[in-house]
Design a protein around this ligand. Structure first.
Ligand code: RB5
Length: 148
């Protein structure tokens, strides 16, 4: 499993915390930044992660901004991305198991570091259940296919 992550300036500290967790658990990752605290635009970083997740099937993305909302809006504009904004471990487990979410979005101004670590752990350790959920995920792909 490989994780691609990025944040904007409002998510740097939480992103660093999540990088620490990925190192502790020995998970391969690529950190797309930003590396300085200068103000940046979350759509740029959301798109970089989304494009890489789409081009490398099986990888999972993690995006952090102030609320996680902007990142999730942008990521979900990309065909093939199912981004989930989570504030609890329960949501993270369910979105992997039922929605086959491939990008986790978090808000540094919303969840503390400990909660966020638990959310990421739940996201990474839960597999898509398939079965009746496969048909529903396929319907998401059908909606995407209808867009020009
Ligand atoms: C940056 O101030 C903030 O707008 C951004 O991090 C994010 O919360 C947007 O959704």
């Amino acid at each position: 499993m490989k994780v691609i992550l990025a944040s904007d300036h409002a998510g740097i500290e939480l992103r660093q915390e999540l990088v620490a967790l990925l190192k502790e658990r020995g998970t391969e990752f690529q950190d797309l930044g930003p590396q300085t605290r200068e103000s940046v635009d979350y759509p740029d970083f959301a798109s970089r992660v989304a494009q890489q997740v789409v081009s490398e099937p099986g990888t999972l993305g993690v995006l952090v901004c102030g609320t996680g909302i902007g990142m999730s809006i942008v990521a979900n504009k990309h065909r093939g991305i199912r981004a989930a904004l989570c504030t609890s471990e329960f949501e993270a487990r369910m979105t992997r198991a039922h929605n086959d979410a491939n990008v986790l979005c978090l808000g540094q101004r919303v969840v503390g570091a400990g909660v966020a670590r638990g959310i990421l752990e739940a996201f990474l350790s839960t597999a898509f259940e398939g079965g009746r959920h496969e048909k529903r995920v396929q319907k998401i792909r059908d909606v995407e296919a209808q867009q020009r």
